[in-house]
Ligand binder design. Structure first.
Ligand SMILES: NC(=O)CCC(=O)C(=O)O
Length: 251
């Protein structure tokens, strides 16, 4: 993975990797054996790859071992000088009563990170189904969402639909990077996708392993929000701390 990142030197400003690529999102038995702390060998290698390539690197997520807590599914962002600029512990764990949902702890913090031209809000895979997370990230200043995933092929229609929905409703870019191949018997969707703030798909990968390259202008977020200021018309603020929605039955 580090050599693939290094190949982007001079070609990309930001490189994005998928979810749990050291194990596979469905290789549950490997989470504990492969988990490592945020100063472990994978983070070290990714920090070095980012600085060697001189790129911002969203290094996807890894199983994080917190010496004082449970495992977490943690996404990592490194600056071009190899600093860990952000770590996001996945809030919505997938699996219902098994897998990640029982093997990992839930993150509690919404995380944004300022890149030179855009503020990035972080989400991971299953998080894509929870619009309130992304609205919270918008309230924290996010203009671009970066979302590593290990999304199964059998729900690929949801992947595309939800990536576009999160882009349209938040008037933000969505950069969603998915694993390809088959992990622990689960065929992966691939189809990494980049959606613009109007909901149009700027680029989409195929089902296999691929490097998807896209040029986008972060200034389009402010322009879209100004030209079609729907975000200003939010009324209920159900997701705002202290808000008091009123519910009543019938007339
Ligand atoms: N790794 C995941 O979070 C999988 C999510 C998924 O399969 C779904 O939302 O569907």
């Amino acid at each position: 993975m580090a050599s693939l990142v290094r190949e982007q030197a001079g070609a990309a400003d930001l490189v994005v990797l998928p979810e749990l690529w050291t194990t596979g999102a469905f290789a549950y038995e490997e989470f504990a054996t492969e988990a490592e702390p945020l100063d472990g060998p994978t983070c070290e290698a990714m920090a070095k790859a980012a600085s060697d390539a001189g790129v911002w690197l969203h290094a996807g997520s890894i199983p994080e071992r917190d010496p004082e807590g449970p495992l977490y599914n943690t996404s990592l962002v490194f600056s071009p000088s190899g600093e860990l600029a952000a770590a996001y512990r996945k809030i919505h764990r997938f699996g219902f009563d098994k897998g990640e949902a029982v093997l990992m702890g839930a993150g509690e913090d919404l995380v944004t990170v300022r890149l030179p031209d855009t503020t990035v809000g972080l989400g991971t895979c299953y998080d894509l189904r929870f619009p309130e997370l992304f609205r919270g990230l918008v309230d924290a200043g996010a203009e671009t969402f970066v979302l590593p995933a290990g999304w199964p092929e059998r729900r690929r229609a949801h992947w595309t639909l939800l990536a576009r929905a999160r882009a349209v409703e938040n008037q933000a870019f969505v950069l969603a990077c998915g694993t390809a191949g088959t992990h622990a018997g689960v065929p992966q969707a691939g189809h990494s996708i980049v959606v613009d703030p109007w909901g149009e798909v700027l680029a989409e990968a195929g089902p296999g392993e691929e490097i998807l390259t896209v040029d986008f202008d972060p200034a389009r977020v402010a322009a879209t929000r100004e030209q079609f200021p729907a975000l200003k018309d939010r009324v209920l603020g159900l997701d705002r701390p202290g808000s008091r929605p009123r519910y009543r039955d019938g007339a």
